[in-house]
Ligand binder design. Structure first.
Ligand code: NAD
Length: 352
């Protein structure tokens, strides 16, 4: 017999090729009039295009978003929003730009509209992150949940293939951990299985033909499902490990998720058999861990932490940090278990 609690998150999603044309309607729908547009320096041109589309509804562009939302960047962006009299933010980009919009919302209460261009999924979550003196804090607050998300697959055509693959596997990771979450529920589990299925099917198509709009659309649909999964139920070992590795050793976000995922899944296999069966079936694989490892390898993604710049002498510290704070995981966390998981991930071995 089932027993669960399900909380729906209030956000509006506008999906489809060409949906960017609805931007102005969506801004008016929010009853806002002066949007500060946010982007990274690399996506400055996309930011300028959004400002041009907004016309009189644009307050200006802040193109200083960077990875992990440094507190000083968040403060500068919030000051700019205040100086320009902005009454909302429009973020175009990946998780870093969405993260900046969330930091502004956290301290100012301004509503956010997000136009995602990666598969990270932050746009569907009430989770914020802020880095102060090298330490990244995260928290949940409904004020940072974007009011509206416009998913236009055409905007992902420029996402390089290698980034598309690792970002897509980052989205798969959200779905995977949702299936064995402590607060898992039937709706999110259906969403998570569909997310894995559609991403595992579309990423190989993108590698073969990066400009194929249908595959791009399917992957972005999967990314949405991954974001919903991440935002709705609690994550476990895999996300905690990636957070520690990224924050302490400055490893790249999506690539770290790609390398660690098969090993975190192997670690949990014995204690979450139903979830593992569903993951394996969605991947069309013999086992969840093998399927995830083979998917990454077949797409040419990195499979070892060594390839991401980590060194073997950092493994002990990583294992110590990973067991410092208690958190839910299907299989109890032991230092020896995590140390051997990290060793396998470091060498890029097939998961055990
Ligand atoms: P990112 O946002 O850092 O983007 C990586 C690079 O790709 C940037 O230079 C960006 O400008 C560029 N880029 C993005 N889309 C592009 C496109 N379509 N074409 C060309 N270049 C493009 O990377 P990410 O993986 O999307 O986000 C990672 C960050 O998001 C991490 O800091 C992570 O912690 C955070 N995150 C937060 C949540 C949450 O719920 N709070 C969820 C997922 C990720």
């Amino acid at each position: 017999m089932q027993s669960f609690v399900y909380d729906a998150l209030p956000s509006r999603v506008v999906f489809g090729t060409g949906s960017l044309d609805k931007l102005l309607d969506e801004i008016r729908r929010l009853d806002t009039h002066r949007a500060l547009v946010l982007s990274t320096p690399e996506q400055r041109t996309m930011g300028a295009d959004i400002a041009a589309r907004l016309g009189a509804y644009s307050a200006g562009v802040f193109d200083g978003a960077v990875m992990h939302v440094p507190a000083e960047v968040a403060a500068a962006a919030r000051d700019e929003a205040q100086r320009l009299g902005a009454d909302c933010c429009v973020a175009i980009g990946g998780g870093s730009t969405t993260g900046l919009a969330k930091a502004i919302a956290l301290s100012s209460g301004l509503p956010i509209l997000v136009i995602p261009t990666t598969y990270a999924g932050s746009e569907m979550t009430p989770i914020w992150g802020l880095t102060e003196s090298g330490v990244k804090k995260t928290g949940r607050d409904l004020r940072v949940l974007p009011k509206t998300v416009i998913y236009d697959p055409a905007l992902t055509l420029s996402l390089p293939v290698a980034m598309s693959v690792t970002s897509g596997i980052n989205a798969i990771a959200h779905c995977v951990e949702a299936l064995y979450a402590r607060d898992a529920n039937p709706i999110i589990s259906l969403i998570a299985v569909e997310g894995i299925r559609v991403l595992a099917g579309s990423l190989p198509e993108i590698v073969k033909q990066p400009d194929q709009l249908e595959a791009r659309s399917n992957a972005l649909y999967g990314a949405w499902l991954g974001g919903v999964s991440l935002g709705s139920v609690g994550m476990a070992l895999h996300h905690k490990l990636c957070h520690t590795l990224g924050g302490t050793f400055s490893l790249p976000h999506a690539e770290t998720h790609t390398v660690v995922l098969p090993h975190a899944v192997a670690y949990n296999t014995s204690d979450a058999p139903t979830a593992m069966e569903r993951i394996a079936r969605a991947l069309g694989a013999r086992s969840a861990a093998d399927g995830l490892y083979d998917l990454a390898a077949s797409l040419g993604a990195p499979v070892s932490l060594q390839a991401l710049g980590m060194t073997r002498d950092q493994l002990d510290r990583a294992a110590d940090l990973a067991v410092q704070n208690a958190y839910y995981n299907p299989r109890p966390i032991t230092r020896d278990g995590i140390r051997s998981l990290l060793e396998d991930a470091f060498d890029g071995r097939r998961p055990r």
